[in-house]
Unconditional design. Structure first.
Length: 150
C-alpha cells in the first residue's frame, strides 16, 4: 500500500521544508525562492507528500534538448522513512520519460553523498563520468544517466 501521493510541483513547496545539508549546499549562491521558481518551469515537476501532507521530495526533469532531459530532485529527511520512495520516484521518472519521449535522462550527483548515489542507482541510472570541480564551491560531481533500452 502506497502512503505517498504526487501532485504538481509548486515553488511554495519549499517554504516549510527542511532539506539535507547536501542539498542546501547545492542551491547555495541562489536564493531558494528563485531556485524553486526556475526549477518548476523547465519541464515536468512533482511534489510527493506523505499522508499528513508533508513534503517528502520534489523532483522534475529539465528539458535539455530533443530526446534528452536532466533530472533534479530535493529530498526532505522524511524520504528515508518511506520504503516506497525509490519505487515511487522511478514510476514518476518513467511516466515523464514516456510522456516527453526522452531517450536519455541524466543527473549530476555528489559522489561523496552515498545516499544520493544509492538512490540514483535504484532508479536505474548508471555512472558515466566524473566531473571535476563541477559543483558548488568546486566540489567534484558525477554524471549518471538513464538511457531507454539499457
Amino acid at each position: 500500500m502506497t502512503h505517498l501521493k504526487a501532485r504538481d510541483y509548486r515553488p511554495e513547496d519549499f517554504s516549510d521544508t527542511e532539506f539535507s545539508p547536501h542539498e542546501q549546499c547545492a542551491i547555495r549562491g541562489q536564493p531558494i525562492g528563485e531556485w524553486a521558481k526556475t526549477h518548476g518551469k523547465r519541464g515536468p515537476a512533482y511534489t510527493v507528500v506523505d499522508p499528513e501532507g508533508r513534503v517528502v521530495f520534489c523532483a522534475g526533469i529539465h528539458h535539455f534538448w530533443h530526446g534528452t532531459g536532466e533530472l533534479w530532485g530535493l529530498f526532505s529527511p522524511l524520504a528515508g522513512r518511506y520504503l516506497e520512495t525509490p519505487k515511487f520516484a522511478k514510476q514518476l521518472l518513467e511516466l515523464g520519460a514516456r510522456q516527453l519521449g526522452y531517450e536519455r535522462i541524466q543527473a549530476v550527483v555528489n559522489p561523496e553523498w552515498p545516499e544520493a548515489v544509492r538512490f540514483i542507482e535504484l532508479l536505474g541510472f548508471k555512472k558515466e563520468t566524473a566531473m571535476k570541480k563541477y559543483g558548488p564551491n568546486g566540489v567534484d560531481m558525477a554524471l549518471y544517466a538513464w538511457v531507454k533500452g539499457d
